[in-house]
Each structure stands twice: as C-alpha cells, then as structure tokens.
Design a protein around this ligand. Structure first.
Ligand code: 5GP
Ligand code: MG
Length: 179
C-alpha cells in the first residue's frame, strides 16, 4: 500500500499538530453553545476521531453518509444521501466535518438539506483539506486544516476506490496506480 504513494503531503504528526490548533479554535467558538457535529462518512472518520478527542465540550455527534465519486477520481457532480432522515438539529449549532473541500458541492448539498429540513441556529463547516481551485458553488469552509493543490490525495480517511483510508498520512498516489 505504501509503495503506491508517490509523495507524502502531511505526516501524521503534522496533521495532529494542526488538529490541536483547529480544536482550540472550535472549543473557543462553541464554549457556551449547544453544538452538534455532523461528520460526513466515510472520508472524515479519522479526522473526526482525532479532532473531536481534542474538543472538551459536551457536544453531540451524528454522521451522514453521502456519495459523489462512485469509484473514480473525478466527482460525478451528483450528491446522493444514503439516509432518509436528517439528524435532529433543531435549535442547535451545527458544525459539519468533511475530509476535503473540492468543488464544494458536497458541503453545499449537506448544509442546504440541513437548513431545509430542520431549524439549526447556525451551520458551519470544517474540513481537513481544501483544494485551491475555483469552486462552482459559493460554499467555503469555516475551518480548514491545510490547503493543497489540485491533486488527487488519499490516506487518513480518504480513499481511492475504497482503498488507502487507513494510511496514517495524506499522500498523492502514483499515476500508474490510478485507473
Ligand atoms: P466536492 O463535493 O467538494 O467536490 O468533493 C468533496 C468530496 O469528494 C470529498 O468529501 C471527498 O470524498 C471527495 N474528494 C474530493 N477530492 C478528493 C481527493 O483528492 N481525494 C479523495 N480521495 N477524495 C476526494
Ligand atoms: Mg467524502
């Protein structure tokens, strides 16, 4: 698995140090607020686990499962929700966690659906990675771990065809391993 990686962008220790900072910001911001974290599965699993263990607030945690890739390295552009009901977030402050902000369609679809079906007090988002590209939607993340270029990354929760999620770092796949 390690042999399939061309370059490591962020080692585990680098990620965890950044999560200390993000967690401190989030703890500060939501100290006196009723917070529900909505994590987007499966990509944000590692990020969620490491980040939230650094946030000592009495938060609630819900998970949502969506898909937009369907196996390749290009988003299909259609965001499909795998569950029928949204988490109960009426009157609560919501922080959506996702692995990576690319086109912004996923975060846009989730925050629109949450706002349409429930009445949260606020909806913000936090992503581990943000691609520095022109986004097709207005969506921006409120908290960002690291900015990266327009390259396809795997590891630390992120997959290629459901593999590589368990790598402890974020890296770029060798081109000949794709396809
Ligand atoms: P968006 O909807 O912003 O275009 O894409 C967000 C979703 O696409 C992320 O939650 C992630 O699942 C997937 N994605 C976008 N870029 C990458 C990437 O470089 N690597 C992997 N593994 N997934 C990505
Ligand atoms: Mg995802």
């Amino acid at each position: 698995m390690r042999d399939d990686i061309e370059t490591i962008l962020f080692h585990e220790q680098t990620i965890l140090r950044r999560l200390d900072e993000l967690a401190a910001e989030i703890t500060n911001e939501y100290a006196d607020k009723e917070l529900t974290v909505v994590a987007v599965l499966n990509g944000s699993l590692m990020f969620m686990a490491d980040l939230l263990r650094r946030v000592p607030l009495p938060l609630r945690l819900d998970c949502l499962s969506v898909s937009s890739y369907h196996g390749g390295t290009e988003s299909s552009g259609v965001v499909t929700f795998d569950q029928l009901r949204m988490p109960d977030i009426n009157g609560r402050h919501v922080l959506i966690l996702d692995d990576i902000l690319d086109s912004g369609r996923t975060l846009h679809a989730i925050s629109s659906k949450l706002r349409a079906e429930t009445e949260p007090k606020s909806v913000r988002s936090c992503v581990l990675l943000r691609k520095m590209i022109a986004r097709t939607t207005e969506t921006e993340a409120d908290y960002v771990g690291f900015d990266i270029g327009n390259e396809f990354v795997v590891g630390y929760g992120l997959d290629y065809d459901e593999r590589y999620r368990n790598l402890p770092f974020v890296g770029v796949l060798k081109p000949d391993r794709i396809g």
